[in-house]
Design a protein around this ligand. Structure first.
Ligand SMILES: Cc1cc2nc3c(=O)[nH]c(=O)nc-3n(C[C@H](O)[C@H](O)[C@H](O)COP(=O)(O)O)c2cc1C
Length: 329
């Protein structure tokens, strides 16, 4: 495929050289990945309490923000301890990205905006968003410009190592003259979905084109995988998704550079705390959606299968308590 680095000169946004959430000197920066269905305000608070430097919202539809802003904005609300908090946007149309960027900047006031160029879900691709946007270089650029032109917040992007015939390096080089504060590369191809090995070298290849910080993502589940990823990718930080669902203390582990294995008693304490936060925000009805978190928490523990089966039935805090205290691990 023929491509060239686009060198159109764009006036630098005034914030680019200023301190922002991405320019803090902490190394490595640890970021909670956007995970649709999981990274709600409560889970973001939990990860911040374990030392995540930055947390990202579930991806928000720019079309929904334009057409039904009340409901879409409600989902993006956050509490102060979550800061630094980034809102991630997905969509297809540059004008909708611009309008959504302005709306979120004014109404939500997060610490940054992120653009999704990598989601492989068929329903997202069908609407020209996610990976479909990342594969269309001119439109990808229009979207980045629309967001940059409608906010004074730092703007970051998230993309895959390979998207059809376009590599991460190609997309990042194509946008290299834009004042993007951070670039996160998930080291798998779009066709690779969410399993299989990651390619940290493909992340490193983006380095010369990144003016802000480079964040590596994919397959980081503990200190060892974090170190390996950082060493090869040459990134300034790492973004962690599923590894944080089963072990949200992974951020502390990386900060302390020390493996942390929670005892069952400590894990049940965390589970209780998470469940109590959910009930405080949503009532016991919220425990139905908490079940998916429970499945991640017990992953890898002895009796995990039995526990999962039991936990998938819970409706009340007392049922949860009965199950987690019934096992001796
Ligand atoms: C359930 C789930 C939901 C996800 N939702 C999003 C999303 O909203 N936006 C996004 O950019 N990536 C999303 N991803 C991708 C993750 O952010 C991350 O790039 C991917 O899971 C690889 O990182 P990991 O191996 O640490 O999980 C999602 C992944 C999963 C498994």
């Amino acid at each position: 495929m023929e491509w060239r680095m686009n060198r159109v000169v764009v006036g630098l946004c005034p914030y680019f050289s200023m301190d922002n959430v991405w320019t803090r000197p902490t190394r490595p920066l640890t970021v909670l990945a956007p995970l649709a269905g999981f990274t709600d305000s409560i889970f973001r608070q939990i990860c911040r309490s374990y030392g995540a430097d930055i947390v990202v919202s579930e991806m928000a539809s720019v079309a929904a923000l334009v057409h039904n802003p009340g409901k879409a904005l409600e989902r993006l609300k956050f509490v102060e301890p979550e800061r630094p908090y980034i809102v991630q946007l997905f969509g297809a149309k540059p004008d909708q990205f611009g309008a959504a960027a302005r709306l979120i900047t004014d109404k939500i006031k997060p610490d940054g905006l992120d653009i999704n160029y990598g989601c492989p879900a068929p329903k997202i691709i069908k609407e020209g968003a996610g990976a479909a946007l990342g594969a269309d270089l001119p439109r990808a650029r229009q979207v980045a410009q629309a967001v940059l032109g409608n906010t004074d917040l730092p703007v970051s992007i998230k993309l895959r190592a390979q998207n059809k015939e376009i590599s991460a390096q190609q997309l990042v080089a194509y946008l290299a003259d834009l004042p993007l504060a951070a670039v996160t590369v998930h080291g798998r191809s779009v066709s690779g979905g969410f399993s299989g090995p990651t390619d940290p070298a493909a992340i490193a290849a983006c380095r010369p084109y990144v003016r802000g910080v480079l964040i590596a993502n994919g397959g980081i589940v503990d200190l060892t995988t974090a170190k390996m990823m950082l060493q090869i990718s040459l990134a300034d930080g790492i973004m962690i998704g599923r590894g944080a669902l089963s072990r949200p203390w992974i951020f502390q582990e990386i900060k302390k550079q020390q493996t942390i294995n929670l005892s069952w008693a400590e894990l049940t304490e965390l589970i209780r705390h998470h469940a109590q936060l959910i009930v405080a925000y949503k009532g016991e009805a919220g425990l139905i959606e908490f079940r998916k978190f429970l499945a991640w928490y017990v992953k890898g523990w002895p009796q995990a299968k039995y526990l999962r089966e039991q936990l998938m039935q819970i409706k009340t805090l007392s049922q949860l308590e009965d199950i987690i205290t019934s096992v001796s691990v």
